[in-house]
Design a protein around this ligand. Structure first.
Ligand code: GDP
Length: 699
């Protein structure tokens, strides 16, 4: 078997949109038209297409798979390409979903509502895509809607997201009179006829739009020429630049994030989607293009040396698991993207993160209306493996002979937690199972137990995130439980250093216990985590007990000395102690270590850390004073206030503890006209009086 589509004929894309902008409708139309085109390629009888379309309508198209594959041949003619569509979430509370999809896709189609233009969440996701340097094209959707404006939407994109957004089309008519689009490059008016808009009809530009089209085209040509020296020269000399040259230069500029092409239409009214697909092929990168820009890098886990991989089928296999899903038909599905090499059914792969090897059972490729079982998949492909056991989101899968850990997906800290108290013993067990399953799927979700009370504490990214997890736990796993209110996930650390002794010695009657250690505890800079150092020499404590000491310290770190929150960013050094030939045991050393750590931590200036949120509030100018005053009262630090047409954009850092219920408060302060987004920034020391309140509240 060999690959059918060359790597340069691959597009791995995500459709990114604010909720309600039309992502689902656009995706559905894409799968629909690509289905038709593929069928055209296979079956050359006239009626088949319509039959198939009717069947499709009845059966409904699957668009919920984490990665769906489809095929597209440009409407202007040319070779068929494979497009893999990676599902991206509409809501930024699911940062993990956004992050992991941005990590595995090569290009994005950003969909906007032609009435609303840029909305706050589109802004947040756009900035995240900037961080990953994802090349993008835009689609201004819903131009058929009352109140839709191509001009305003385009302006909001240019003002709020990227001034280099440049239209390649303009609409013909608007709202109920929206008929089609003008392609500025080809200088044609394009209409979408037939029941599903499947017949593309090209006509001369209507008289009424000619002047505008000429002016717009000139601006487009200039913008493209500015990105390419040769074209700029031609432009300045007044020479004609050919359409193919423009297309080629625009492709390079888009992939380099220098320009963002803008298209338009109405997915619901079947206008414009096929041209958007053409644009995906024309302007978004293939895995090969991207490799030149951002080579595939990772670390060899054996040597810790940096290594690179070529996106070639005969290179060593490497892939990233980017989503774990539970499927009602086949069970556990691990979605992956192959960066290099070939994945073959029946072979063994290494999970480089855990060090365990697993056999590749079934490999699936998801299509709009069916799943295909595959024997092999190649570099650039996306698919799912059925039944992998020890793999979680973000793990690298690689050739056992030549391991690599690809650049990690960096997940933000879970900052909100809540308590779950199962109703019965049976619920307790179901809870454990459901939590483990959910945590495999979603690495931003953490579970910890409160040993004193028997309750389970779960932590996540936001109130909505936890709400959905709790809901799934109840619905999918049938757990009955009392659920606490969402709380800030505080942490503890130490600012200074201290040494302490821990002894656990019982020597009266029967077999005794003997554990004795000296530990030094030192605070580390934020983000360094927990470090254990063993400096025992000459067998003062036998080697066999050292892991027990480390375990005891780790357990103690889980429950801080101030208010029981986990301790972060500390180094614990074991440097002295003693043992007893007969009475010493692992358990005795574990207990002694926990005692010593607690003592030392108490002596090393323990402090409470609280999560600080990077917050952006957008308000009409007349509410600026009130909103800023309120943020100050919330212990917020205003970092910048900038203008955007008639509105003010406030960037601030605010403690999460003060932000509960902010949506409601902001609404009432601004007559519903303000909006805000926030994301975790870092943990910071809570001021003394605040910390005191929290510590006392826990007692
Ligand atoms: P998503 O939340 O981004 O997935 O958005 P949907 O695709 O579910 O669309 C949200 C709503 O907008 C639905 O009621 C759609 O029917 C409607 N919609 C989507 N595209 C268009 C369009 O082009 N024109 C109009 N008028 N409505 C649209």
């Amino acid at each position: 078997m060999a690959r059918i589509y060359l790597l340069e004929k691959y597009r791995n894309i995500g459709i990114i949109a604010h909720i309600d902008a039309g992502k689902t409708t656009v995706t559905e139309r894409i799968l629909f038209y690509t289905g038709i085109s593929h069928k055209i390629g296979e079956v050359h009888t006239g009626d088949t297409i319509m039959d198939w379309m009717e069947q499709e309508r009845e059966r409904g198209i699957t668009i919920t798979a984490a990665a769906t594959t489809c095929f597209w041949q440009p409407t202007r003619g040319g070779e068929e390409h494979r497009i893999n569509i990676i599902d991206t979430p509409g809501h930024i509370d699911f940062t993990v979903e956004v992050q992991r999809s941005l990590r595995v896709l090569d290009g994005g189609v950003v969909v906007f509502d032609g009435v609303a233009g840029v909305e706050p969440q589109s802004e947040t996701v756009w900035h995240q895509a900037d961080k990953f340097r994802v090349p993008r094209i835009c689609f201004i959707n819903k131009l058929d809607r009352l109140g839709a404006s191509f001009e305003n939407s385009l302006r909001s994109i240019q003002e709020r997201l990227n001034p280099k957004a440049i239209p390649l089309q303009i609409p013909i008519g608007s709202e109920a009179g929206f008929e089609g689009v003008i392609d500025l490059l080809t200088k044609e008016a394009i209409y979408f006829e037939g029941e599903h808009g499947e017949n593309i009809v090209r006509k001369p530009i209507p008289e009424s739009l000619k002047a505008e089209a000429v002016e717009r085209r000139a601006a487009l040509v200039e913008a493209i020429a500015e990105t390419d020296e040769k074209l700029l020269h031609k432009f300045l000399e007044g020479e004609t630049i050919e359409e193919v040259e423009l297309r080629r230069a625009l492709r390079v500029a888009t992939i380099n994030n220098e320009l963002v092409p803008v298209f338009c239409g109405s997915a619901l009214k079947n206008k414009g989607v096929q041209l958007l697909l053409d644009a995906v092929l024309d302007y978004l990168p293939s895995p090969l293009d991207l490799h030149e820009l951002k080579p595939i890098k990772g670390v060899n886990p054996k040597t810790n040396e940096e290594v690179t991989r070529e996106p070639k089928d005969d290179a060593s296999f490497s892939a990233l698991a980017f989503k774990i899903a539970t499927d009602p038909f086949v069970g556990n599905l691990t979605y992956f993207r192959i960066y290099s090499g070939t994945l073959k059914r029946g072979t063994y792969i290494l999970n480089s993160a855990t060090g365990s090897q697993e056999r590749v059972g079934r490999i699936l490729r998801m299509h709009a209306n069916h799943r295909e079982e595959i024997e092999e998949m190649y570099a650039g492909d996306l698919g799912a493996i059925v039944g992998l056991k020890n793999t979680s989101t973000g793990n690298t899968l690689s050739d056992p002979e030549n391991p690599i850990v690809l650049e990690k997906i960096v997940f933000p800290e879970p900052v909100i937690s809540l308590r779950i108290e199962p109703k019965t013993k049976a619920d307790q067990e179901k809870l454990g199972l459901s939590m483990r399953r959910l945590a495999e799927e979603d690495p931003t979700f953490r579970i910890s137990g409160d040993l004193d009370t028997g309750e389970t504490i779960i932590s996540g990214m936001g109130e909505l995130h936890l709400e959905i997890l709790v809901d799934r736990m109840k619905r999918e796993f049938g757990v009955e439980a009392n659920i606490g209110r969402p709380q800030v996930a505080y942490k503890e650390t130490v600012k200074g250093e201290a040494e302490a002794e821990g002894k656990y010695i019982r020597q009266s009657g029967g077999r005794g216990q003997y554990g004795h250690v000296w530990l030094k505890v030192v605070g580390l800079p934020r983000g360094k985590g927990f470090v254990f150092v063993n400096k025992i020499k000459g067998g003062i404590i036998p080697q066999e007990f050292i892991p027990a000491v480390e375990k005891g310290v780790k357990e103690a770190v889980g429950k801080g000395v101030l208010a029981g929150y986990p301790i972060v960013d500390v180094e614990a050094t074991l440097y002295d102690g003693s043992f007893h030939e007969v009475d010493s045991s692992e358990i005795a050393f574990k207990i002694a270590a926990a005692i010593a750590f607690g003592e030392a931590a108490r002596g090393a200036k323990p402090i409470l850390l609280e999560p600080i949120m990077k917050t952006q509030v957008i308000v009409p100018i007349e509410f600026l004073g009130d909103v800023v005053g309120d943020l100050n009262a919330k212990r917020g630090q205003i970092e910048e206030v900038s203008d955007r047409a008639n509105i003010k954009v406030i960037n601030a850092r605010v403690p999460l503890a003060e932000m509960f219920g902010y949506a409601t408060k902001l609404r009432s302060m601004t007559q519903g006209r303000g909006s805000f987004t926030m994301e975790f920034s870092e943990y910071e020391e809570a001021p003394g009086n605040i910390a005191q309140g929290i510590i006392e509240g826990k007692k």
